[in-house]
Design a protein around this ligand. Sequence first.
Ligand code: ADP
Length: 400
Amino acid sequence: MKILVINSGSSSIKYQLLDMEKETVLAKGLVERIGIEGSRIIHRVNDEKYTLEIAIKDHDQGLSEVLKLLTSEKFNVISSLKEIDVVGHRVVHGGERFSSSVIINKEVLDSIEMISFLAPLHNPANVSGIKAAIELLPNVPQVAVFDTAFHQTMPKTSYLYAIPYEYYERFKIRRYGFHGTSHKYVSTRTAQILEKDIESLKIITAHIGNGASIAAVKYGKSVDTSMGFTPLEGLVMGTRSGDLDPAIVSFLAQEEGITAKEVIDILNKKSGVYGLTKGFSSDMRDIEDNALAGDKVCRLALDIYEYRIAKYIGAYAAAMNGVDVITFTAGVGENSPITREEICENYLTYLGIKIDKEKNNFKGLERIISTPDSKVTVVVVPTNEELMIAREAKELISLK
Ligand code: ADP
């Protein structure tokens, strides 16, 4: 079975074609700057990278060019579009309507469009990708996999904000959580690596990349996560503030003479470690390099970043009344021994956590990094959202 995974943003399409027999990637790539000058496709087959500079006006055309590349003799990936059995789409927001992946039909597509009021930047782009795929591959089943779905198991104690209840009823204001596909993938993989039943484990998954969130996964179900109504809540991120006092929004709006929406824009795009370092960088590699070279501003930003993660780990150990495993994933979690070590050693020894520094000194592999006598096991699992989307799509199609 061959599955095309599509992740469409407002001006981009990320794609991956997987052969599910051995779960191998046949080709992958990125269409960028859709509708903007300088659009191009970066297409990768095996280790070969090919760049196609081409004017792309919309998602339809972008996907059409991708399908041409996939079937082109030059790359020898597939010989015909008939070889694509399913298309799996990443959809950011599933609201309360979608607690698992679904095969897309007209009613599902309408619902995703209706939920767009909750994710105005993301869902409309996802819908454009779905519509383009339906048009270009009309006989191929399409599946939607939602970023929020895994967190729909959260209890009300986790997802309700303490604001007048009518706002939940009228506007669906509640915590939804994001990165669900990643938290599901790494928690499942964690149980497999430890050769334990996920239903016996209390796992804290730390997806720390440019965007970052943490989840409490109790016996295989998400019971809490740090992102909320939008992906702004929770951890300190590359450019996002994470948690703060909501009164700051109106205060800043008044002091700066800007709208609340403009303040939120600042909290999304100019804050996080980027804001803390006075615009030096949103990239944790830069922050880390400078911090280790003695730069005090970057050192402080890194300390604040790590401290917030440690606070959430403490909170989620309480939320689950215990923790068996902590799993690190995403750009920083997979690749930064120093951040993993500092979080565990500076804050979490009270949980009986002991890190094996030698084992921790690596990048991008699956590995247990705690010592055998550590009371909590600490694991690194590279995330793979595309594979998870393909697996969900495969499962749904097999059940059909
Ligand atoms: P996203 O998918 O949210 O855009 P990623 O999960 O790809 O983000 O993570 C990107 C982040 O990971 C960047 O801040 C990058 O600097 C960081 N990162 C990647 N490699 C390393 C490394 N070796 N050390 C520290 N941070 C790293």
